[in-house]
Ligand binder design. Sequence first.
Ligand code: PEP
Ligand code: MG
Length: 556
Amino acid sequence: MAANPSTTLTGRGAGHGQAVGPVVQLAPPARRPADEPAGDPDTAGEVARTALNAVANDLTARAGDADGTLAEVLTVTAQMAADPQLTADIAQRAKHGDGPATAIWDAFDPFLEKLAGLGGYLAERVTDLRSVRDRAVNRALGLPEPGPARLVAPSVVVATDLSPADTSALDLGNVAAIVTEEGGPTSHTAIIAGQLGIPCVVRVAGATELPAGRLVAVDSVRGTVTLDPDDELIAAVTHAETARASVQGTAPATHTADGHPVSVLANVGTLADATSAAATGAVGVGLLRTEVLYLDRATAPSIDEQAAAYRDVLAQFPGGKVVVRTLDSGADKPLPFATQPDEENPALGVRGYRLARPRPELLDDQLAALARAQQDSDAELWVMAPMISTPAEAAEFAALARGHGLTRVGAMVEVPSAALRAREVLAELDFVSIGTNDLAQYTMAADRLRGELADLLDPWQPAVLDLVAATARAGADAGKPVGVCGESAGDPVMALALIGLGVTSLSMAPAAAAEVSHAVTGHTLAECRAVAAAALAATDAAGTREAAQAAVGGRS
Ligand code: PEP
Ligand code: MG
């Protein structure tokens, strides 16, 4: 359905599905107190300390009541609130005459700046730290904590961004969708929305200006927020959501309706993700983002430590397949112990596999740890390198991995050069997996963190589909598996198109697996090929999507 562009805001889709509901704006953040009386320095220090402790304790208690990623994020945020350097700085400021709330506010500033300057994943933690500050400041001033209004009916929650504390205070049963002005695909908001299966659009310019109570339709696949949806759009959203709900619980697909083998696997980043994916029926992992395990680490993890972590993930999938990606540090996922200094364009810099140039020991240790984990496991360990650009890099990685005794060795196809030369890349490897998030970014030369470029970053862009098709053709000719593990695999219509192009496995956020599996088992390979052909015949992203959708609709 084409939305009227004049009433549609766009951003970056996250989470799953669509929803219609009234806007509830999250209360704006606290402000630096104006003219706070200084008072007695000892008392001011004590008030500030008590306020910060209360926030830390509250976050720890909420972590105890939550589970999965939310519990982990709340625990890390509680640790931030108890940081000794921060508390010492606050005490120092109080001693020099600041009131308690002012001391807290000003002491957080350099921390926030430093975190924002680190970029990527760490910069997206700024919202978490800001929320600790705001809560502590309001406590010190004797004001109620800033946070969400009580939701009395299913609502679209709109905010600058959501912190873990905001999320844990929300009545999630009444959150129809989340829309934020800031954040990014790896921000807390997007991660939690993905985990809970809530529709979400981040980086929507102007969202916080929407009046409370205004009816909006949120579409997480298109990344749109449509104001005042008409009856036709509301009916389409209701229909799509009813269909989505009816297929929840579908087991992961292993083949199409006519028996053509295709596996549906899970994307995971932590042990908690792996455990919850296994608990909801996932039979294997198509992408373990190992860098996510170490994003908060100042020093490189040891071989022993890594082996234990990988063993724990593998143990969740006995008899299943687990595709482990070696560290993909840099750009949107900088690891403090591996960040390259002074990169002007980190997305084009020493990231992913390229990190082995300055830091070969990091890759060597990781491969050693993986080999060790494989020995004690019933799961099938596959290993792949991110950001491979040439057949020579593929050959080099394969030699290293095989040298450690790893037997199923592959690479991600995320750089157009690897897709264009997929035949030669695959000649060195056992498999490839296409990362459509980065493949779209590099094909369209559009920063994946910029919501305003979402139309270019669209995996339905014909040029991106052409590169997927070229890679899948090379895989079919070589008789080697070609997976897709970018977010696009979680879109049921795209999943059919990908199978039609020759992709042999699809890996996605676990919340998308049931819907995709239902689509896969409900269509034959010939039907998937018709969907792919219809998409490839179109000339722009809207056209490929609509043509594919029409081809799916035309079948039933
Ligand atoms: C991708 O680029 O599509 C991918 C799966 O990797 P990541 O999103 O972790 O960069
Ligand atoms: Mg990538």
